[in-house]
Design a protein around this ligand. Structure first.
Ligand SMILES: Cc1cc2nc3c(=O)[nH]c(=O)nc-3n(C[C@H](O)[C@H](O)[C@H](O)COP(=O)(O)OP(=O)(O)OC[C@H]3O[C@@H](n4cnc5c(N)ncnc54)[C@H](O)[C@@H]3O)c2cc1C
Length: 219
């Protein structure tokens, strides 16, 4: 591992289309930060599970949080090997041949073990990072976790030790023999937008929509 790259290991070496692979730390971080949620995979009693959940990254650590009785977090908290993936789908790639249809995407896979965060200060910071991951600026606008919140919530930290990114960009890759076919080919960019904020029906008073909501966007 260097300052700018994660070490390419036997487990993270990209065999298929290696040109799309990267171990660049900034790229890995940017994909993790832009993705709202991740999927965490682990094996319990021989059965693989892949669970969608919210993550937050602080430097080289991922934080996950869940209710104390949560099965996934209880299993992961024991330090069992796990795998976190995130995927950003940027464009549809529409080829002349059905076979060559694809997606332009950015994805990351992180391998490691998660451990429970028990220090109240570190736990509070991790929960703050989770809120900030979803809506930057939101942590300043709301009540922070109190003692009861901290007790009822389990926070896991996972060091990003092994990580890879895989990115596809560019036009469809049709075969030479198909280039003259009378079928349209190209890319359809996808965007992530927001609708109008919907005020909670039990809001205590008529409050303005705060900055973190008005200006919400992914990094
Ligand atoms: C986008 C997204 C973000 C989420 N973020 C969080 C988070 O930050 N923290 C958190 O604690 N939970 C989060 N959840 C819920 C999470 O996916 C799990 O449902 C939850 O963590 C409970 O896990 P468990 O292993 O205790 O579930 P259990 O209830 O023990 O799981 C039992 C069975 O229920 C089914 N099941 C459980 N979860 C799901 C699911 N999501 N979809 C379909 N079937 C399911 C499966 O068959 C599973 O084997 C999120 C879900 C989504 C979709």
């Amino acid at each position: 591992m260097t300052d700018s790259e994660y070490e390419q290991t036997e487990r993270t070496r990209i065999f298929r289309k290696p040109g799309r692979g990267s171990y660049d730390r900034e790229l890995v971080h940017s994909i993790l930060d832009e993705a709202l949620t991740c999927h965490v995979g682990f094996i319990q009693d021989g059965q693989p599970f892949v669970v969608p959940t919210i993550h937050a990254r602080v430097e080289d650590t991922l934080f996950l949080h869940g209710a104390r009785g949560n099965r996934t977090f209880n299993v992961l908290g024991d330090g069992v090997p796990c795998c976190v993936t995130v995927t950003l789908v940027d464009e549809l790639v529409l080829a002349r041949a059905a076979l060559h249809h694809s997606l332009n995407y950015r994805s990351v896979m992180v391998l490691g073990r998660a451990h429970e965060v028990t220090d109240p200060g570190e736990k509070g910071e991790a929960l703050r990072a989770v809120v900030e991951h979803i809506a930057p600026g939101r942590a300043e606008e709301v009540r922070g976790p109190d003692e009861t919140d901290l007790k009822s919530t389990k926070v896991l930290s996972m060091e990003i030790e092994e990580a890879s990114a895989k990115v596809r960009t560019g036009p469809p890759a049709d075969e030479e023999k198909d280039l003259d076919l009378p079928n349209w080919a190209g890319r359809l960019p996808l965007t992530q937008g927001t609708g109008d904020p919907v005020t909670a029906p039990d809001l205590a008073e008529d409050l303005p929509v705060p900055k973190s909501v008005r200006g919400w966007a992914r990094p």
